[in-house]
Write a protein that binds this ligand. Structure first.
Ligand code: PMP
Length: 362
């Protein structure tokens, strides 16, 4: 669409144009009720239908059944860093964390503030350029849970297997790769994601939780901290982020119409493949941060020969309508975030730009 750029920002990130258009079309008068979704009561039948549909779509897309609930909360993924230990670490138990990036570090640090927490593994010594193998994960059979971050947004690494935990509940921060490919979601006791990358706008956090986990939640938690209270009240204990939930519903409908997770996975492999090919075919001009077998299909991180060239790359790319490519300060360089909604044409244009830029600046 004229005037829109290709937005490679890590989040908030690009949304499907179809979704934005539908929201625009329904903005002033949602389905003839005479008001926008922003203006309707969260207790109205119309809004209840929206949140109910959003939950049903999450379950349908992830292939989960009635033994799971989907919650729509506030506070971002960062709030869940604290709520998870509050809800699931009982006296005498310890939480375990696979520390594979800076949000994993934050989740671990936050848990340490409220409960006994230990690392199951850390890849800090390798500057988080890889995902650990199963045999590197160390946690006891009575661990409260194992927490992993399935995609490391800053470092550009992604878990390509689900770790085996036997009876230890597996909890995953999927903020930056939820619903990007088929996955056995039933292996997870709890999955959470800030919506602002693959699901919708900032302000709503999706939590998918196995119902049996709710039985572990202590009764003396403040209500706003309790997954049990939120599940019992269908995420309507207080006023939820109504417009954000509506947009999540539209994004999930878009994803379903596209063919769900198998279709989006093909799309994502092709898109990321073009950019990784530009790195790999550059005779070392571009250096990927992630080890090849740990590469993320969502966040592609790489360096150029000098910081001056990196700055030039970002500036010249922006002039071509390719924006949001500057890397995070701890990794430096370039990061292209290519979530579900990034069109193939954006990745094609970026890959061509990379080839050209390398040719001219070698
Ligand atoms: N986890 C991951 C993997 C993230 O990428 C981010 C945000 N970039 C967060 C957690 C923090 O999310 P929020 O800002 O919603 O708290």
């Amino acid at each position: 669409m004229e005037g829109r750029v290709y937005n490679f920002n890590p989040g908030p990130a690009t949304l499907p144009l179809e979704v934005l258009k539908q929201a625009q079309q329904e903005l002033l008068n949602y389905r003839g009720i005479g008001m926008s979704v922003m203006e309707m009561s969260h207790r109205s039948k119309d809004f209840e239908a929206i949140i109910h549909e959003a939950e049903a779509l999450c379950k349908e897309i992830s292939g989960l059944g009635d033994d799971y609930r989907v919650l729509f909360l506030q506070g971002g993924a960062s709030m869940q860093f604290a709520l998870i230990p509050f809800n699931f670490v009982t006296v005498g138990t310890t939480a375990y964390y696979a520390v594979t990036g800076n949000f994993a570090e934050k989740a671990f640090a936050e848990a340490q503030r409220v409960c006994p927490a230990k690392t199951a593994v850390s890849t800090a010594a390798d500057n988080h350029c890889r995902i650990p193998a199963q045999h590197e994960l160390k946690f006891p059979a009575d661990a409260a849970y194992l927490h992993i971050t399935t995609n490391n947004t800053v470092y550009g690494t992604e878990w390509h297997y689900i770790p085996e935990t036997n009876d230890v509940p597996l909890i995953a921060d999927m903020s930056s790769n939820i619903f990007s490919r088929p996955l056995d979601y039933s292996k997870f006791a709890l999955v959470y994601a800030g919506a602002q990358k693959n699901l919708g706008p900032a302000g709503v956090t999706v939590v998918i939780i196995r119902k049996s986990m709710l039985e572990k939640v202590p009764d003396n938690l403040p209500n706003m901290f309790s997954y049990k209270v939120m599940a019992k009240q269908n995420s309507l204990y207080n006023t939820p982020p109504t417009f954000g939930i509506y947009l999540v519903k539209l994004v999930l409908e878009w994803l379903k119409d596209l063919g769900g997770l198998p279709a989006i996975a093909r799309h994502n492999r092709e898109k990321a493949g073009m950019i990784y090919a530009a790195i790999d075919n550059s005779d070392g001009f571009y250096r990927g941060h992630a080890q090849k077998e740990s590469r993320s299909l969502m966040n592609i991180t790489f360096r150029l020969p000098t910081e001056e060239l990196e700055q030039k790359f970002v500036t010249e790319a922006a002039a071509k309508g390719l924006v949001g490519l500057k890397g995070y300060r701890t990794v430096g360089g370039i990061r292209a975030s290519v979530y579900n909604a990034m069109p193939r044409a954006g990745c094609e244009l970026l890959a061509t730009f990379m080839d050209d830029f390398a040719g001219k600046n070698r």
